[in-house]
Write a protein that binds this ligand. Sequence first.
Ligand SMILES: NC(=O)c1ccc[n+]([C@@H]2O[C@H](COP(=O)([O-])OP(=O)(O)OC[C@H]3O[C@@H](n4cnc5c(N)ncnc54)[C@H](O)[C@@H]3O)[C@@H](O)[C@H]2O)c1
Length: 344
Amino acid sequence: MRKTRIALVGAGVIGKRHLLASLSLDEVELVGIADSTPAAKTTADDNKVPLFESTEKLLQSIDVDGVIVATPTEHHLAPTLQSLEAGAHVLVEKPVMATLEECEQTIERTQTTGCHVLVGHQRRYYDRVNQARDIVQGGGLGKLVSVSGQWTVRKPLDYYREQWRRKWQAGPILTNLIHELDLLRYIVGDVASISAETSHDVLQFEKEDTAAIAMRFCSGALGTFLLSDQSHTPWTWEQGFGENAAFPPSGQNSIRFMGTEGSLEFPNLVVWKSTSGDSCWTSEIHPTALEMTQEDAYINQLDHFCRVINGEVMPRVSAQDATDTLRATLAVYESATAGRRVNL
Ligand SMILES: NC(=O)c1ccc[n+]([C@@H]2O[C@H](COP(=O)([O-])OP(=O)(O)OC[C@H]3O[C@@H](n4cnc5c(N)ncnc54)[C@H](O)[C@@H]3O)[C@@H](O)[C@H]2O)c1
């Protein structure tokens, strides 16, 4: 069987995560890396993969079916457009692009080339996320009324040694909240409007320390979300289920989905329902912990990318879908800055 020929543009932190995933899949051949740093040369040599100094050189030199773009966000556009124009499908890291204008250019280019863009919102490949989606969208909680979530940690001062990390583009809204909003959009559906307040009181950098968000989903459900990178708590997705070895697991749930017939704690999937069949405040309510698997979302995502390339499925996160997540995320800034609700 012919392997799917994948190239990697940008062999930094997340690029190496994609490289590892490619080594785990028999159907994938990693045929080249584009990155001009000495560290990338070591990575390429260690893995016996040809290294190119730019995306242009890579695309001129080798045949590829798909390109993974894992460059810093402000450098997503050029390698994505070059790859699409060369007839390759693209898996680009999140946020899909740095601006909504760049998103539009990308979507337009997928239409003219007929090649797909898949965006790296990797959480959508966890079984527990899809179980939660099935429960919420399948009516397992009755009518969904509300959602309450939080992502509250304390990043160490060291993290901000680099000046660019103190700018708004590197703050927790664009870096971390975007994952949470993509997850909520995937499980609940589109967001209709957002209101937000932000504060900078702890570090007093340009980027926010904390954001409090209220939102209305198109389904009519209401949601609140609390975000902070200066609060020491056990309540984040990463600590909740131990996705990332760098963050010690707490086992705590950080999002609650609430419906007329029951509620769901997430990410550790605990469903609360009445056993009497009478769902109201006078009936006893009991928790049931659902069975979960612990898979590698990057491997699942790359496997899905190969199926997109081979024409078997459409992208689970298209450029349009990820643009809607970016638009909702940017609306948090807009609302906090303008002091008003933003309709999406
Ligand atoms: N999905 C996630 O959970 C997740 C996690 C971390 C980062 N990211 C995203 O991944 C992207 C990269 O982040 P990172 O932390 O890996 O950054 P990084 O700085 O560690 O790595 C980026 C790499 O790209 C290379 N590069 C820069 N411009 C290039 C170009 N034009 N052509 C080829 N190579 C180029 C750099 O030399 C570097 O090796 C960002 O968009 C970030 O938002 C996503």
